[in-house]
Design a protein around this ligand. Structure first.
Ligand SMILES: Nc1ncnc2c1ncn2[C@@H]1O[C@H](COP(=O)(O)OP(=O)(O)O)[C@@H](O)[C@H]1O
Ligand SMILES: [Mg+2]
Length: 431
């Protein structure tokens, strides 16, 4: 099969890496891709939001399956357009992508279907928010969220009234996220540890993936501003068996069923961002695509052909596919440009990629990288995701950092405590 993968991050590199192992793959294209995907297939100079060009390419080259990585083209209706043209495409329709594209849609959907999530109120008018804040309706901390896509920057944890008012102004009055500030959600602050849980869904059936945990904050100990994710790991112990069962029963099943009942069946990758609170797991948000960096640690545990699964989703039938996972631990340490998520420099030559890739069971996934004069250079905030797999979590951590120590570029930065939380889980479980 000829496959087109849309996107340019380490997530897309990981998807291409796994697809490349499929005996059914004949040609692999990535639009626009990065220096990592260029080694696995052909990069196209078409951006992930150039819908018309992507469609022309898929039609003229007779692409057999298109896999969409990022959220923006999904929310923009790429899947609907490709399907109208008779193409096979893996991802939710524009209507189903509202689960990620609109926080108010997602919250109201969860309320309709009794899915556990933080208490909330939605607003369309900043004056009404100010009034509710002013008359002491809320307790602090609280969380302010812009309604639409905001590239991970539209959520504010507000410890007091002043910060909440500032967040409302930024979203609704200054319109820092454009039309995403037409509406806003205020929600209860939830205490706990976060976990990411993804499932494959064909609209009716779903198959769970193994759980993972991201590290959003830029500094060790979860300090500093949020980023796109500074690293992740996957071990089964992230969700205890009873918690996992409850999430399937109380979150995943009602979501898949509810979307189908409402006439917008969810076909694609459903990602539940969970907060594991004292009173059970609650949904922080849904994403409608593979997580990044979660995918980098989940796919190395998949023992089944990814192409078969993704084609099954796109065709609307996963029922005959038996999916196997290994019980290994996988750790991904993100190597970023110094300064990220603030301003940073690009174009730094990256050395040691070959050496890092030679470490056993280690893959260097590229995020923001590009080729220049035959050299690999940094081209984004998150540059590499060094990913190692081992029988135990401590071995996987050691191996991933061994890989990190082999690569170098000027100003590189990474967290030193990726997956440390996972070790604590194991210690508790083993006692
Ligand atoms: N209700 C909440 N209580 C506590 N923390 C929250 C809450 N909602 C979001 N957060 C924090 O903010 C981060 C981003 O929120 P999320 O809803 O995932 O938005 P997005 O990923 O679109 O920026 C979460 O990963 C979590 O750390
Ligand atoms: Mg999130």
């Amino acid at each position: 099969m000829k496959i087109l993968v849309i996107g340019s991050g380490a997530r897309e590199h990981a998807i291409c890496w796994k697809l490349k192992q499929s005996p059914a793959l004949t040609e692999l294209y990535c639009a626009p891709g990065n220096a990592g995907t260029a080694r696995l297939g052909e990069n196209l100079s078409i951006g992930s939001e150039e819908m018309g060009k992507l469609l022309d390419f898929a039609v003229s080259r007779q692409v057999d399956l298109t896999v969409v990585g990022p959220e923006a083209p999904l929310v923009g209706g790429l899947v609907d357009q490709f399907e109208s043209a008779g193409l096979l495409v893996m991802g939710p329709s524009r209507a189903a992508a509202q689960l990620e594209g609109s926080k108010t849609f997602a919250k109201d959907f969860m309320r309709r279907h009794g899915i556990p999530t933080a208490d909330y109120q939605t607003y369309t008018d900043p004056v009404a928010v100010d009034a509710d804040l002013g008359r002491g309706r809320y307790r602090f901390p609280l969380v302010v969220k812009a309604d639409g896509l905001a590239a991970g920057k539209g959520v504010f944890i507000c410890p007091d009234l002043t910060s909440a008012q500032a967040a409302v102004n930024a979203v609704m009055r200054e319109r820092q996220f454009g039309a995403s500030g037409d509406r806003l959600v205020i929600e209860e602050f939830l205490q706990g540890e976060e976990a990411s849980f993804m499932v494959f869904s064909d609209g009716r059936n779903y198959i769970p993936m193994v759980p993972s945990q991201d590290h959003k904050a830029v500094f060790d100990g979860d300090q500093g501003p949020n980023t796109g994710g500074m690293g992740a790991y996957s071990i089964d112990a992230i969700l205890s068996p009873p918690t996992r069962d409850r999430v399937l029963r109380e979150v995943i099943e009602p979501t898949i069923r509810g979307m189908a009942e409402e006439g917008t069946p969810f076909r694609g990758i459903l990602y539940a961002g969970l907060m594991l609170t004292d009173s059970g797991a609650k949904v922080l948000e849904f994403n409608v695509r593979f997580g990044d960096p979660e995918t980098q640690v989940v796919l190395p545990r998949l023992e089944t052909d990814l192409l078969t699964i993704l084609a099954g989703i796109a065709r609307g039938d996963l029922s005959k596919i038996d999916i196997q996972w290994n019980s290994d631990a996988v750790v991904c340490v993100v190597v970023a440009s110094g300064g990220y998520p603030g301003p940073y420099q690009k174009g730094k030559e990256i050395k040691g990629l070959e050496m890092a890739g030679e470490i056993r069971d280690t893959v260097v996934f590229h995020a923001g990288t590009a080729k220049r004069d035959g050299k690999t250079v940094s081209a984004g905030g998150r540059v590499l995701g060094i990913t190692a797999r081992a029988k135990s979590l401590d071995e996987a951590i050691l191996r991933a950092y061994e890989g990190v120590n082999k690569v170098y570029f000027e100003g590189m930065y990474y967290r030193r405590d990726i997956a440390a939380k996972g070790l604590k889980k194991l210690t508790i479980d083993d006692l």
